[in-house]
Design a protein around this ligand. Sequence first.
Ligand code: ZN
Length: 213
Amino acid sequence: MSKLKIFNFISLFVIMYLVINMLLMKDVIQDGHPTLRKRAKEVELPLSNEDFNTLKSMMELVVNSQNDELAEKYMLRPSVGLAAPQINISKKMFCIVAPDEKTGQLFQFAVVNPKIISYSEEKTYLSGGEGCLSVDEEITGLVKRAKRIKAKVNIVDLETKEITEGIIKLSGFPGIVFQHEYDHLLGILFVDKMEETINDISALEFGEIEKDS
Ligand SMILES: [Zn+2]
């Protein structure tokens, strides 16, 4: 075989490997699946290669889903977050790619073993409702969330596998997404909490970016 042929052969395998390992919508389990109702288990640290690679693929799915071209190519529903139980892995880890509604600053991170340690009394909700990749696309619902939260997290660097332990404060949209993903680790879906109308608190208005998570 010529060098070029060998090279093509190898690239074909690399591409096949990448496609096979890429998470797609078919990998996201749907409401009714028992894993979505379990309390997820703590992730063992230091992080195993398997968990690290899972987190990387989860992040890739969310990032790709926000790219119109890739979303169309791989038929991905736009999303702003994904928790491991949604791909049938009952472990405490999730990733988020969500902009701040006021500044546009992007909050993109992967965490393991997060713990929300405080919730503001002040509540808010997404005016257009929440959605979820594990719930039928047609269903959205209004869910009361804390306006601000404080959480203890282990943030995973998806390049180096390095873990940074710390406390983060989130408010507004990224805070809502965090609470939505955190619920997945407790076996809770937004449909369990949704209300028909919410009158007593002010909504978070958020043009186009109300995506599923
Ligand atoms: Zn969800």
